[in-house]
Design a binder for this molecule. Structure first.
Ligand code: PLP
Length: 822
């Protein structure tokens, strides 16, 4: 265990106060992201706009007991040790530096290969792709999104644990001196320098200085992988005699690209490696993706992945959506949402993508001032105008004072606004029809507001998942756990309908201990998307055992037959295979009973390569107080049986029994781990603490048409909806094929339109249904909320005699999921 004293020595700090040891699990710098107070160390970082010391009191109140501070007293001169008598306090000169030192120390504990990536563009994509490409062989830990800053890198590296066999981290800098700090944290063994563009030029005296600074990341690396066609980079690498593995289109290199041609949606690359000519098809055509893929190819060749395998893996690459998202928008338009950064190289990449989309009518670009170019304004905007005019753009909308000043540079149709608010004020949706619109702005311009304006009237049905609510709910359950109780989260059934990969990614970032899915394929999907947490598979079929082993997924074994089949399928090696034993204590679904034990344990003993990691049971009625006695009986039976499991195996296993309702109802029986399910998604199954949770999902649709009918007319199939008076009826775009249960027909269901609850009239149809909106102001295009914070799942489920679980998991896969965070 990492003690507080060790923390002090790693960060060269002075212990101001030590009360008792606490686990050091979460490193926190943003008080809003507090998740598990008991294992948290808060670093009070002082930034330009914010001072972490202002949040000590609030965090202390929430249970945080370990603080790294830069001063011993608050602004009023009161000693922190007096204010926070139960807290361990460590005084350092610079909290951010302390965080970095701790991360560097943590990194040094692992002797695994680590790929470090820097460069002006493509870092995140290369990182994500490499993680995909190498995951068949490795358990990869990587930076989340583009966590590549002075703060992001230490938090990324902190995720490293003893399961990982490979790390992939990106590093970005904007000033000299920054890379020296990131280098010991990442300590890459393999380096990748993607390219050099104009991003952050303004922070450096010259492009050459920028390259030199970035190269500092690789001072101890075994090898640097890069493209020698970047001359400045190539020159520096040679000067510094850094050991390299290179590719090039124009000169001698380890990998020489001799031809790239486009064929439909693919790019065919011909290259020579070790004197042999090879051919490769990449599943995209834009230049940036091809460059990124060639970096990945170099890594695969360097790691000696066989040629045949390389093509196979590249075929499965999927685009990384985090930067450039294409979304359906109003009036048949599509948006490319690149409200991420706005420098010249990034603009070129985005324009490339715009140009490469299948023709969808006109092409429009909405562009903010460019920042961080390092060029004079005149030179910059003439370059921008040139780039755009080379790319078949039909209309330019410039937003910002500087781009407006240079409007004469832009030929063709162009309009300019001083700022985002001006544009939005004059925004008329009817001006945009069947266009492909690239929205590209520097962050300060808040172009997300523009994206939102274009999306507001999206027709169709969406399930919006509020990621902040998921984190809130996770924290609520964590606050109920003892510090060393582990947390398994159930992401079966597409994470209860909410999107398994996205939810799992969030959970991985928030460091839950385990995930569980129902089927092998669900687990494989998680692995293919970079989820490295241990995953339990609850319904493994015998024909999936090989797949489980291949992807490091851990089966639940619930019967002797299944165990026998599992054993039959085991490869003849001494590799350890982790399984979970399910015990039946009264649910009578799956699981061993004590009668099975005499056959079970000898079988396990004969196969010592099988390691039982955990044993568990499931409560049949934890959500209802009515069944408390039965639940208690199940728990006590389980304790006895689990004890016997440990005695007979002669080693400790993780024991767990509580689901979401159980965590609330039987906190004294947490044992070693709990299994959180529906609670994460905002439904508190016992009902007693619903107030503390935030509903995470909102199912929404839109009004397609509004009409009036007179008394006596009927609505919908079988003429079930009878107008007992003159009525106004709205047809909404959701039906049973979207997962809107047919039992909501004829008034059983309600939706909220413009803040008012409106009953369903007539039968729910396949793709739509009708709502009584008599007396309300409703028009086509208005939003209808089917369930959400104000129309709860529990309410809606009760109305048709079912449970929230069913409503959530029924939302069909054709309904688009949108994830947002406030
Ligand atoms: C689904 C499931 C859970 C989670 O149940 P919730 O009621 O959603 O919390 C826990 N354990 C097992 C075995 C499950 O199948």
């Amino acid at each position: 265990m990492l003690t507080f004293q060790k923390l002090a020595s790693v960060t060269h700090g002075d212990v101001l106060q030590f009360v008792q040891q606490h686990p050091v699990i979460h490193l926190l710098t943003d008080s809003r992201k507090l998740s598990q107070p008991a294992g948290t160390v808060f670093f009070a970082v002082t930034g330009k706009y914010n001072d972490g010391h202002n949040y000590l009191a609030a965090l202390y109140k929430q249970g945080v007991r370990q603080f790294i501070v830069e001063k011993a007293q608050d602004r009023r001169g009161f000693d922190y040790s007096k204010l926070y008598p139960e807290a361990n306090l460590l005084l350092v000169k610079d909290s951010l530096l302390a965080l970095q030192q701790l991360a560097a120390w943590h990194r040094a504990q692992f002797k695994i290969p680590v790929i470090g990536i820097t460069g002006s563009n493509g870092k995140t994509i290369v990182k994500e792709w490499l993680a995909q490409l190498l995951s068949p062989d490795e358990l990869v830990v990587k930076s989340p999104r583009s966590y590549n800053s002075q703060l992001g890198v230490p938090l990324s590296v902190w995720q490293l644990n003893s399961n990982h066999t490979l790390g992939i981290f990106e590093a970005g800098i904007s000033l000299p001196g920054e890379m020296e700090k990131l280098q010991p944290i990442i300590q890459p063994t393999i380096g990748i320098f993607t390219n050099i563009g104009t991003a952050h030029d303004e922070g450096f005296t010259s492009r050459q200085q920028k390259v030199q600074e970035k190269l500092k990341l690789f001072k101890d690396a075994d090898v640097l992988i890069y493209c020698t066609d970047y001359e400045l980079l190539h020159e520096q690498v040679r000067k510094q005699k850094i050991k390299s593995f290179t590719w090039s289109r124009h000169q001698e290199a380890d990998i020489t690209i001799t031809a790239t041609t486009t064929a439909g949606h693919k790019t065919i690359v011909v290259y020579t490696y070790r004197g042999e000519k090879q051919r490769l098809a990449l599943p995209f055509t834009d230049e940036a993706s091809v460059e990124n893929a060639l970096h990945c190819l170099a890594v695969l060749l360097y790691r000696e992945v066989p040629f045949a395998e390389i093509q196979d893996r590249l075929d499965k690459l999927h685009p990384v959506a985090m930067r450039l998202e294409m979304k359906e928008a109003i009036n048949g338009c599509y948006l490319i949402d690149d409200t991420y950064n706005n420098d010249l190289a990034g603009l070129a990449i985005a324009l490339d993508l715009l140009a490469n989309q299948p023709q969808r009518g006109k092409r429009t670009i909405i562009l903010s001032d460019l920042l961080e170019s390092g060029l004079s304004e005149d030179a910059l905007y003439s370059q921008v105008a040139l780039l755009i005019s080379n790319r078949d753009v039909d209309k330019v909308i410039g937003i910002g004072p500087t781009i407006s000043q240079h409007q004469l540079e832009f030929s063709g149709i162009a309009e300019f606004y001083h700022n985002t608010a001006d544009f939005l004020e004059q925004f008329n949706p009817d001006d945009f029809r069947n266009e492909l619109i690239l929205v590209k702005g520097a962050r300060v311009f808040e172009f997300e507001r523009i994206v939102h304006a274009f999306q507001q009237k999206v027709h169709g049905t969406v399930l919006e998942v509020n990621l902040d609510a998921l984190v809130h709910n996770l924290n609520f359950y964590r606050s109920k756990l003892a510090p060393d109780t582990k947390l398994m989260v159930m992401v079966k059934a597409f994470a209860y309908g909410s999107g398994s990969f996205e939810v799992a990614n969030l959970l991985q970032f928030h460091r839950v201990d385990y995930l569980a899915v129902a089927y092998a394929d669900e687990g494989v999907m998680l692995r293919e998307n970079g989820i490295t947490l241990p995953v339990m598979v609850m319904n493994p079929s015998p024909d999936s055992f090989a797949k489980l082993r291949q992807h490091n997924l851990e089966p639940e074994i619930y019967s002797l037959e299944l165990l026998q089949q599992y054993i039959k399928d085991l490869p003849d090696t001494t590799t350890r295979h982790r399984i979970h034993l399910k015990l039946d204590t009264g649910m009578h679904r799956l699981g061993f009973t004590p009668e099975d034990f005499d056959a079970l344990f000898p079988l396990l003993q004969q196969h010592p390569q099988i390691q039982v990691v955990s044993t568990f049971t499931h409560l049949a009625g934890a959500d209802e107080a009515l069944h408390n006695d039965f639940s208690q009986l199940q728990i006590s039976n389980f304790r006895t049986m689990a004890e016997e499991v440990e005695t007979r195996l002669n080693y400790k296993v993780i024991k767990h029994v509580l689901n979401s309702a159980g965590i609330v109802r039987f906190p004294e029986h947490q044992l070693d781990m709990v299994r959180l399910g529906i609670g994460l998604y905002g439904v508190e199954a016992t009902g007693s603490e619903q107030e503390a949770l935030k509903p995470a999902s909102t199912l929404k649709t839109t009004v397609s048409q509004v009409k009036t009918i007179v008394k006596g007319e009927t609505v919908g199939y079988s003429r079930k909806g009878i107008a007992d008076e003159d009525k106004t009826i709205a047809t909404i775009a959701i039906g049973y094929a979207d997962g809107y249960d047919r039992r909501f027909s004829n008034g059983a269901g309600q939706v909220i339109i413009n803040g008012k609850r409106c009953p369903i009239i007539g039968n729910v149809c396949m793709d739509m249904c009708m709502v009584d909106v008599t007396g309300l102001q409703v028009k086509a295009g208005d939003e209808a909320i089917v369930f959400g914070p104000k129309l709860t799942l529990t309410d809606m489920a009760t109305r048709i005699g079912t449970i929230p679980y069913e409503l959530l998991t029924n939302v069909s896969s054709r309904v688009k999921r949108i994830f947002f965070s406030e």
